[in-house]
Write a protein that binds this ligand. Structure first.
Ligand SMILES: [Zn+2]
Ligand SMILES: [Zn+2]
Length: 108
C-alpha cells in the first residue's frame, strides 16, 4: 500500500497531512510492525511476529499482480553480515527485493 492510499483510507479518521502518515509509518517500521518496500515505494504490515530475530525481512514482488511476500532467511542475513565485514562497509539498512512472477502469474 502506498502512503497516499493510506492517506485516503485514514482521512475519515482525522488523519490529513502526508507528514502525519509518514511519521506514523516510520514509527510502525521502527517497532517492527511494518516494512517499507523500497522498489514499490509502498508499505506492508509485518507478516511475522519475530521478524528481526529471524534475520530481517526480504521480499518477492510480482511484477504482474503486485503481490509482495515477506520472506526470512537467517542464512541470507548472515551472508549479508559477512559481506559487510569483508568489504569493511557498515550496513545500516538492507533491502533485498526480488522482482519477478508469483506462482499464480507464472502459471497463467
Ligand atoms: Zn516482517
Ligand atoms: Zn502475480
Amino acid at each position: 500500500m502506498g502512503a497516499y492510499d493510506l492517506l485516503r483510507l485514514l482521512k475519515p479518521e482525522g488523519l490529513r497531512a502526508p507528514p502525519q502518515i509518514y511519521r506514523a509509518l516510520e514509527c510502525l517500521i521502527r517497532e517492527g510492525k511494518a516494512h517499507k518496500i523500497e522498489t514499490l515505494g509502498a508499505y506492508t504490515l509485518c507478516a511475522q511476529p519475530c521478524c528481526e530475530e529471524n534475520g530481517g525481512a526480504f521480499f518477492t514482488i510480482c511484477r504482474t499482480c503486485g503481490r509482495a511476500d515477506e520472506l526470512h532467511d537467517p542464512a541470507l542475513s548472515r551472508l549479508l553480515g559477512k559481506l559487510s565485514r569483508r568489504s569493511r562497509f557498515k550496513v545500516e539498512k538492507a533491502a533485498v527485493e526480488l522482482s519477478g512472477l508469483c506462482d499464480d502469474c507464472s502459471h497463467a
